[in-house]
Design a binder for this molecule. Sequence first.
Ligand SMILES: [Zn+2]
Length: 233
Amino acid sequence: MAVPILAYHQIAVPPSRKAPFRSMVVHPEAFHRQMEWLKRLGIQGLSLREALPYITGAKAGKVAAITFDDSYLNVYENALPVLQEFGFTATNFVVVNQIGGGNTWDAPLGVAPAPCMSIEQLRRWSSLGHEVGSHTLDHVHLPQLPMEEARRQISHSRGLLEDLLDEGVSSFCFPYGDETPLDRVLTYEAGYNAATTTRRGRARPSDDPFGLPRVTVRRNDSWLHFVRKCVFG
Ligand SMILES: [Zn+2]
């Protein structure tokens, strides 16, 4: 069965009109209603690491993977309590050099500054059974980098996270969805089990686990949009 891998960024009251990438900020009440929909549809929300056996076909069941890119503090504040309420787990993709920092990579695009989770918050996230994955060291465009630097961004970020959290890190997310076949190989070689892109659709056993498609949830998605994305991708 195909598994939707939901991609969220910020969970907060959306900024003023015309702010760049405003569509990537989902209101906390909308997020709550979306998790309610999953429950109502009998779909269990899981971290990518827990959803992977369903994606590869090793396990059968109605599940959706829940992922958050960039490790925003507002995800810790606004999404974590909701995940706990519904008994769901999720994956948080961390930009390792911005732990306790902010979305500096977005500044050239005019996106409002937003803080990222601290190491203490990541440890709590992880201790509650949620997954921490890597989103590189610096939120880079991997295909634009020399191979050695791409390798460092992919591999060193994993090592640092494992040291900081004292647990294995097995999921990776390509920043901007930017990747080449070489980047997928580097991700495999670095020891991850799976990597996500921004290619649209639900994940199936025929998909490369190092190039998994996702469905992005946007600010103005109606409940019908959301349910369609979950059921049809
Ligand atoms: Zn990102």
